[in-house]
Design a protein around this ligand. Structure first.
Ligand code: HSE
Length: 384
């Protein structure tokens, strides 16, 4: 197989390295040569001499010798053109592009089916954690009931720093940024958009329905203060950026929000830039995937595995109907902090200094907002 890698950043270069290091073993495994013909990027990196460097992705997608196009530039514009053009030229596609698949997956998967080519995208969710292949292959006997995850490593890293190092949000963000964790557009991480892309992809494959990404509600972590983090700790909780999708009667409930998780829950112990995905299925029940969700070799590992998988015959099916109703998940317990006592049903009450803290019973958000109409308060979801 001949491969064109488009995008020679952190992950792209990692793909070149892994394919070079593991070439012989991988070739033996699938009984065919595995050769990178092109490396395409805006700036040339130190490529092995047998790889042709080009700045123009058309060289890659129009070369009849190329069997697999690997799209690693990200974004939803040029990347879409690269992927659709490659598919229409009968090339298999491997991508890590969560934003593009969350927005335009339906169109892309349809084109792949019409052209009878593979599209694999394991690296788009959970870095190297093999969660999509599990959904599409190993769990195919099951119907998914619920998916819960920490799907964004950057925000998990920031929350870990805030808690462990006693930092406020801005201080932790500066450190995360300095370490190269934060996306070029920080809103993707901080406002929950990246996690929303990923839960959208997981939910589509889990519930076998296309979800209109624009209907997903995401709340980010910018409003989490040290004050609330300390109260959460005192009450036995820890803040986590939780993405969740579950079956509801006539549709799918899905959302992304900073959430207080009981410290005894497994999800609460996932720290630093690690990801976790819990999938509840009807036959196999609860399965948990845990691992690094980002990083050069972590992500490149998933990309290389996908490249090798294009040698298999069986295509992944994405023949899904559109989800008719996408709902935010608003029925939950809630953490509320106010500067005076509130008229709210609660299961836990705590007071310190001038603060009044409530953990409510499970209830609809509307019930709280209606009742506390004129009050000034801070509110977060509570899990469990
Ligand atoms: N910004 C993403 C994260 C990168 O922090 O999880 C991996 O998708």
């Amino acid at each position: 197989m001949k491969i064109g890698v488009v995008g020679l950043g952190t992950v792209g270069y990692g793909v070149v390295e892994i394919l070079t290091n593991e070439k012989q073993r991988l070739e033996k495994t699938i009984n065919q040569e595995v050769t990178i013909k092109y490396g395409c990027g805006l700036e040339e990196v130190d490529l092995p001499e047998e790889i042709i460097y080009t700045k123009d992705y058309h060289d890659v997608i129009n070369d009849p010798e190329v069997d697999v196009v690997v799209e690693l530039i990200g974004g939803t514009t040029i990347a879409k053109d690269i992927i659709l053009s490659a598919i229409n030229n009968k090339k298999h596609v491997v991508t890590a592009n969560k934003a593009l698949l969350a927005h335009d997956g339906k169109e892309i998967f349809k084109a792949a089916k019409e052209n009878d080519v593979h599209i694999f995208y394991e690296a788009s969710v959970g870095g190297g954690i093999p969660v999509l292949v599990s959904q599409k292959e190993s769990l195919i006997a099951n119907n998914t009931k619920e998916i819960v995850g920490i799907l964004n490593g950057t925000t998990n890293f920031i929350l870990t720093l805030m808690e462990n190092e006693n930092l406020d949000f801005d201080e932790a963000l500066t450190i995360a940024d300095g370490l190269g964790y934060v996306e070029a557009n920080p809103a993707l991480d901080l406002d929950g958009i990246d996690a929303a892309h990923k839960i959208c992809i997981l939910a589509q494959n889990g519930f076998h329905q296309y979800i209109d990404f624009d209907k997903i509600k995401a709340v980010g972590i910018r409003n989490i203060t040290k004050t609330d983090m300390d109260y959460a700790k005192k009450l036995g909780y820890r803040f986590k950026m939780i993405a969740q999708a579950k079956e509801v009667n006539d549709g799918i409930g899905i959302d992304v929000a900073p959430t207080l998780v009981n410290r005894n829950e497994l999800v609460a112990s996932v720290m630093d830039s690690y990801n976790v995905v819990e999938i509840d299925n009807d036959y196999v029940n609860n399965i948990i995937y845990y691992g690094r969700g980002a990083g050069r070799y972590v992500t490149a590992s998933a990309v290389v595995s996908d490249i090798i998988k294009t040698s298999q015959q069986e295509k992944w099916s994405h023949d899904y109907p559109d989800c008719q109703h996408v709902y935010p998940i608003t029925k939950s317990k809630y953490y509320i902090r106010a500067s005076k006592p509130l008229d709210v049903d609660y299961e836990t009450y705590y007071s310190e200094k001038a603060d009044h803290i409530y953990i409510t019973h499970e209830m609809e958000l509307d019930e709280i907002t209606t009742r506390l109409n004129d009050e000034d308060y801070v509110i977060f979801k509570v899990r469990g």
